[in-house]
Design a protein around this ligand. Structure first.
Ligand code: ADP
Ligand code: MG
Length: 343
């Protein structure tokens, strides 16, 4: 439904979008994930018609959008700061886009009521914006963006300002809501938890370019390169040389899955693949820290002459800082990365 073809935007400071190719299918929820400054907001602004392209095209429903003004594009954009109009009540905020479209008063009131029901704020139309909690404001901003029934709903850091527990709850509600409405969504966020929970497909972006695109499972299981792996929070990433089903690494020989790419490569060992064994049996390490993570303990290990490692241990059997342990690696949790180095 939406296609970006070699979309490029340059600012004086550099290139915000660098030849981006991206397609969003009807009813699909795509989430662009990347660090701050990577070009995510610029991407949405080009689709919305708020930022001209230096080269490339944006095509919606087969139509090149060059020269189509923002209000004629049929896309909705919920901005990063999602500010509500403070002088209008909740209903006035939600009805804003409908009023712009010239929808009659009676129809507007009906739609506002439906939308507030939908976002879990029934009967809130008369409330003043100042009386809303952060999560309620977020819901109103969402209802406002949905009200004109955009062909494509774009969300910029939709839950960025909320605290963790509220964010985790709302993201599940949003996903359910989009599924129910069949909304086509292009969202951007720097928060991987949000992206993975919301999206049918995750697109990882770095410095104006797409580093990887895939289902949440694909990206999580097989990060394309060292940047993506580190951005997902994996620390056990090193340079390696793969030969057959083993790799030479700073941690010694590490077994790799059958069919792994060969030669000099970045290599990721998921924490679950770092197994603790008696000191005499594997790579000798000292435990330097441990962090309780709810379902497991993240154990930080320092080998004598190699980069630190993180292991995921069951709650009961986690060693303590200062303990010595041996380490062996489980090939099933090793990923040979697509690029040439771990840098
Ligand atoms: P993100 O949303 O991923 O944080 P942005 O799209 O906001 O990234 O910004 C990408 C890059 O483009 C940044 O380096 C930013 O400073 C720059 N940039 C964004 N908007 C403008 C602008 N209007 N003028 C100049 N530079 C800009
Ligand atoms: Mg941004």
């Amino acid at each position: 439904m939406l296609t970006l073809e070699r979309a490029t935007v340059r600012f004086r400071g550099g290139t915000a979008l660098d030849g981006v190719d991206l397609a969003v299918a009807e009813h699909e929820v795509v989430c662009v994930l990347g660090p701050s400054g990577g070009g995510k907001s610029t991407l949405l602004r080009t689709v919305a018609g708020l930022q001209p392209l230096d080269s490339g095209r944006v095509v919606l429903d087969g139509r090149d959008l060059a020269g189509v003004p923002a209000h004629r594009r049929g896309v909705g954009l919920m901005f990063q700061d999602h500010q509500l109009f403070p002088q209008r009540d909740v209903g006035g905020n939600v009805a804003f886009g409908l009023r712009m479209q010239g929808v009659s008063r009676g129809e507007r009131d009906g739609r506002v009521g439906e939308l507030l029901d939908l976002v879990g704020l029934p009967g809130a139309a008369g409330r003043a914006v100042a009386t809303l909690s952060g999560g309620e404001q977020q819901r109103v901003a969402l209802a406002r963006a949905l009200a004109p029934r955009p062909r494509l709903l774009m969300l910029d850091e939709p839950l960025g300002q909320l605290d963790r527990s509220l964010r985790e709850r709302l993201v599940v509600e949003l996903r359910e809501l989009f599924g129910r409405l069949g909304t086509t969504v292009l969202a951007v966020t720097h928060d991987q938890g949000e992206a993975f929970a919301l999206a049918d497909r995750v697109v990882v972006m770095r410095e104006g370019r797409i580093a990887q695109s895939g289902t949440p499972l694909e990206v999580w299981q097989r990060p394309a390169d060292a940047f993506v792996a580190r951005f997902l929070g994996f620390d056990n990433v090193v340079d390696a040389t793969v030969s057959g089903e083993a790799a030479d690494t700073p941690w010694g020989k590490v077994p790799v899955p059958e069919g792994s790419p060969q030669g000099p490569r970045g290599l990721l060992v998921r924490p679950a693949g770092v197994r603790l064994v008696p000191v005499s049996e594997g790579l000798r390490c000292t435990v330097t820290a441990r962090t309780f993570r709810g379902t497991h303990v993240a154990v930080r290990l320092q080998p004598e002459q190699a980069p630190a490692l993180e292991a995921a241990c069951p709650l009961r059997s986690a060693p303590e800082p200062g303990d010595k342990t041996g380490v062996v690696f489980d090939a099933a949790e090793v990923v040979v990365l697509g690029d040439g180095s771990a840098a």
